[in-house]
Design a protein around this ligand. Structure first.
Ligand SMILES: [Zn+2]
Length: 386
């Protein structure tokens, strides 16, 4: 009885949050509300044959107070004025899993709430979207890339699941690790903010011999000189800017059909400085626009690609007595679990809001419907919105 009453309250809070987002976005962008999720045969027929997908996690966790509420709108001008009017926005995406960044990203990538240790670089327990796509469509490894923010993500590209796993995953690139390998030991102190592996433990990127081999290999495959990479790092304001630079190189070199980038700057909020957290949100907003523009100006992508932008999860609300407000995501409260998603690109309806609740685990089945693979072990369901 108590558990069911708790679920009712949780659902009510999620719904209220979604309603607030809807009302805010209707007034801020003039978007219309879709009454139901439907698949339009006409739109499906208009979809391109050579389909590509880019997934961007609006990463590190931001709250509505600083984004989709009146007082937050100044932090997301690109999302509000540029991207939302061209896309379909889902106002209620619920994450019922563990609120750690690696495990939440792995859950997004498998369509199953993973239970792996967030702080160990362990492979996901279930097949990833990268494996489903490559196996079912017989795609080469160079067609699937993941740009990830920290060493803990290095195994995200490939599960150990029987029937999938080794040899079927995507390529994972860790730009910070490349930077650590590219810099002479004495120069690393000048790049502290770019090298910081994550905001929840003090570890720096590994300096093993493998890393240097990785650098040479990746620089080689990207046709990028170490000097050019370092030059870009010197100009980068943050790790996420470096990640987007690497993403752009991948697009130019391989035009991968499935690209996944986890942005993470916002998570600097753990340090407790509100201004840095806000800077992270503004930069993430700008980088989402930059990625969309890279897609739109590249003939390999324009008109063939859907970009999905969604957070891994939010952050603690000010109303939770056990939390510390924006700084962490420790309470697991409903507000930090009720996120959103934007879909924009080929065949996606423009300026539409969808209130129908969906889950984080629905992303992989949705990608499956679009790209044409079967997500056999995913828990979620495809969102029929095209
Ligand atoms: Zn965090």
């Amino acid at each position: 009885m108590i558990a069911s009453a708790f679920m009712d309250v949780s659902r009510e809070i999620s719904r209220a949050l979604s309603f607030n987002r809807r009302e805010f976005l209707r007034s801020a962008t003039g978007a219309c509300v879709a009454s139901a999720l439907t698949r339009s045969p006409l739109r499906a027929a208009q979809l391109p044959r050579q389909k590509k997908a880019v997934v961007v996690t609006f990463g590190g966790g931001a709250r509505d107070n600083e984004t989709f509420m009146t007082e937050g709108q100044e932090n997301i001008p690109h999302l509000l004025s540029e991207l939302l009017p061209q896309g379909t926005f889902f106002t209620q995406v619920v994450n019922r899993g563990i609120l750690g960044h690696y495990v939440a990203n792995a859950s997004l990538a498998t369509g199953v709430y993973e239970t792996i240790n967030n702080f160990l670089a362990a492979p996901p327990q279930n097949p990833t979207v990268f494996e489903y796509y490559r196996k079912d469509l017989n795609r080469p490894r160079t067609d699937v890339w993941i740009v990830a923010p920290s060493v803990g993500f290095e195994r995200i590209g490939e599960s150990l699941h029987p029937g999938y796993g080794p040899g079927l995953g995507g390529n994972v690139i860790l730009p910070k690790r490349l930077l650590a390998a590219a810099l002479p030991t004495g120069a690393r102190g000048n790049y502290d903010s770019l090298l910081r592996d994550n905001y929840e433990s003090p570890l720096y990127s590994s300096e093993s011999a493998t890393v240097e081999t990785d650098l040479a290999r990746i620089a080689g495959v990207l046709k990028l000189s170490v000097g050019d990479f370092l030059q870009n790092a010197r100009n980068a304001q943050s790790p996420d800017e470096l990640s987007v630079f690497v993403l752009h190189q991948l697009m130019k070199q391989f035009a991968p059909s499935l690209l996944w980038i986890t942005l993470h700057d916002i998570d600097i909020a753990h340090a407790g400085a509100f201004s840095l957290y806000i800077d992270g949100i503004r930069r993430t907003d700008r980088l989402c626009s930059k990625i969309w523009n890279l897609i739109q100006t590249d003939p390999e992508y324009a008109g063939k690609t859907i970009m999905y932008v969604l957070p891994d999860f939010g952050r603690d609300s000010d109303m939770e007595a056990s939390g510390n407000g924006f700084q962490h995501h420790r309470t697991g409260d409903v507000r930090s679990r009720t996120t959103w998603m934007l879909a924009i690109g080929a065949g996606v309806r423009q300026n539409v809001l969808v209130e129908h609740p969906i889950e984080s685990t629905d992303l992989v089945p949705t990608l499956g419907s679009y790209l044409g693979f079967s997500p056999r072990f995913a828990q979620g369901k495809p969102i029929e919105f095209l």
